[in-house]
Design a protein around this ligand. Structure first.
Ligand SMILES: Cc1cc2nc3c(=O)[nH]c(=O)nc-3n(C[C@H](O)[C@H](O)[C@H](O)COP(=O)(O)OP(=O)(O)OC[C@H]3O[C@@H](n4cnc5c(N)ncnc54)[C@H](O)[C@@H]3O)c2cc1C
Length: 552
């Protein structure tokens, strides 16, 4: 048996997928030593995400690696993010959505970064390289966590080095399960996934097809939805090197595919005869599952370990990254000594309602895929076929824009029931899934703006809390805030943005923003007795929340 490494990690992270890597970065950037344990080498063409959404790219910007992701784009960031609905790649167009997911480069006042269509394996390379560059972050591949235990002093995990065939114990203050759908950590902490298995059976095939982009007449797009009764499916390019994905949806229970069968099915589905070569062929089952608990004292769950849903809308990976952003600064604050126990409780209180909302969205999107949209006669080359295609195209426009233009879901989620947000009693605006309406209401993402020097407002936020003040707030008030937060050990940056529309975006004279860019408090005056406020936003107020066990 070996003992812990020389620099003891404060946090053990199980799983180096996007959620685990994001957590390592949040901790590493705050100089919290952590050890990431991953049983695989995490390379290859895993059939996973392609949409890195606007919010995830904003986090990459905060971490300083948005340019690296741009540079890693196999298709180029200028590649149009069109989603084309057609009968087949060789068939008729039904309708199209342009700038799906807001991938088009360029400035939008609502957000600091556009989304990007990029294979998950390319995003992970960028995250991994950055995590590994941070002092205090160690990633060990081929290291499987076999089990763990915890007490009031800390956590201990038993880890198997799969190459050397050795077992060791590693210790830390906290352990986070970012270990995916079959999470050992979830099982070990006695949590359960609740929901519905098997909404549909599907395949994801990554394949090589020289010349496929030139062999059809539908123009460039990130996804082509093939709507026909024969092989309803999605297909789209992964890179400029002729690598594509193909996803037949809603396949029957007894349907099985191998590499040879995959090539034949792609040929049949597209109606284009090329030498297709499958690189990976994976079955996946769409389900809707939510964890009943995300925390047991020193142990937490993030990412697919606590939520699973159909990939329509491109939310899963992005949501896992956002989990780690929420938990990361809170763990760092507690380990740095200024964060209290309620910060850790607030992780599940904030994230679970968001997960529930997104799961509902994804399941609604999944309920209307090619299998439901196909109609007899849709491919007919006659006036009746043309009329039917027009009809189906209109139905798709009406029903599916919710899947491709959901800025309301991506940016508009709010932490309504959080024990560490100073809610001000204002009424929550109705959730609008399509439209994101900026607000500095506590719990919401701080409204974004471009500054006159070309920078984003977010570029000026600090690593800790940021106070945004109107120009007429006296310096004495700012000094009082500085002194009170300094006394609490909380890092604070004070900003007085001097552009015209600031007061419209931030109507109160003061707004206090958390490290994750969510509003913690707003008001016109700093309270004369601010202790209760400071205790609340730093997690030093006792809370009683159901289902999660706090530290004794
Ligand atoms: C077809 C498809 C398309 C998708 N498209 C999108 C999309 O467009 N946008 C989007 O946001 N999401 C999408 N997703 C979802 C996305 O791929 C997942 O949500 C994401 O990979 C989850 O990340 P994670 O880090 O939580 O878990 P995972 O990626 O599953 O990583 C978990 C890691 O933990 C490791 N591990 C497990 N147990 C142990 C152990 N005991 N010891 C050590 N290591 C362990 C595993 O080896 C694995 O590497 C899609 C998924 C599918 C199937």
């Amino acid at each position: 048996m070996k003992t812990s490494p020389p620099v003891p990690p404060r946090v053990l992270i199980v799983g180096a997928g996007p959620a685990g890597l994001a957590l390592a970065i949040e901790l590493g950037q705050r100089r919290i030593p952590c050890l990431l344990l991953e049983r695989n080498d995490r390379v290859g063409y895993a059939p996973r995400a392609k949409t890195t959404n606007v919010r995830t790219r904003e986090h990459l910007r905060r971490w300083g690696i948005a340019p690296q992701l741009r540079a890693a784009s196999p298709l180029g960031v200028d590649y149009p993010s069109n989603v084309v609905f057609c009968t087949r790649l060789s068939g008729h167009e039904l309708t199209r959505f342009e700038n799906a997911f807001f991938c088009a480069p360029g400035r939008n006042p609502l957000y600091a970064e556009h989304a990007q269509w990029i294979p998950q394996y390319s995003l992970e390379e960028v995250l991994r390289a950055h995590a590994q560059s941070l002092p205090g972050v160690e990633i060990r591949f081929n290291s499987e966590v076999l089990g763990f235990e915890q007490d009031e002093q800390g956590v201990r995990a038993t880890v198997r080095d799969l190459k050397r065939e050795e077992t060791c114990t590693v210790s830390a203050d906290y352990l986070v399960g970012a270990d995916g759908a079959r999470s050992l950590v979830r099982e070990g902490m006695g949590a359960k996934l609740e929901g519905q298995y098997g909404l549909s059976r599907n395949y994801n095939i990554v394949f090589h097809a020289p010349g496929l982009a030139q062999a059809h007449a539908l123009g460039p797009a990130i996804m082509y939805w093939q709507i026909n009764e024969d092989v309803p499916s999605l297909i789209g390019p992964m890179d400029r090197g002729d690598t594509w994905f193909f996803m037949p949806t809603g396949v029957p229970q007894d349907f099985r595919l191998d590499a040879e069968g995959s090539a034949a099915l792609i040929r049949r589905a597209t109606g284009i005869d090329l030498p297709y070569r499958a690189l990976s062929t994976d079955e996946w089952v769409a389900s809707r599952f939510l964890g009943d608990n995300y925390r047991d004292r020193r142990v937490f769950l993030v990412g697919d370990a606590c939520h699973l849903h159909p990939p329509f809308g491109g939310y899963g990976m992005n949501m896992g990254v956002a989990d780690s952003v929420d938990l990361g600064w809170k763990l760092a604050a507690v380990l740095a000594g200024w964060g209290g126990e309620a910060l850790l409780d607030s992780y599940m209180a904030e994230r679970r309602p968001v997960h529930q909302m997104v799961l509902d969205e994804a399941v609604a999107n999944h309920a209307l895929i090619g299998n439901q949209l196909a109609r007899a006669g849709l491919e007919a080359d006659d006036p009746a076929g043309a009329a039917l295609r027009e009809d189906v195209g209109a139905r798709i426009q009406a029903a599916k824009s919710r899947e491709f233009t959901t800025l309301g879901v991506v940016l508009g989620y709010r932490y309504e029931d959080s024990p560490v947000i100073a809610h001000d009693g204002s009424r929550a605006p109705r959730m609008d899934y399509l439209n994101y309406v900026p607000t500095n209401r506590p719990g919401a993402r701080a409204p974004h703006a471009w500054l006159h020097d070309g920078s984003s407002l977010y570029d000026h936020f600090g690593e800790g809390f940021t106070l945004l003040a109107h120009a007429d707030v006296p310096e004495t008030v700012l000094q009082a805030v500085r002194e009170r937060l300094r006394a609490a050990g909380v890092p604070l940056t004070v900003l007085r943005p001097a552009w015209g529309a600031f007061a419209e975006l931030y109507p109160t004279r003061l707004t206090l923003v958390r490290p994750d860019q969510h509003v913690a408090w707003r008001g016109d005056d700093w309270p004369d007795a601010p202790d209760a406020l400071v205790a609340r936003i730093t997690g030093h107020t006792a809370v009683s929340l159901p289902r999660q066990k706090a530290l004794a």
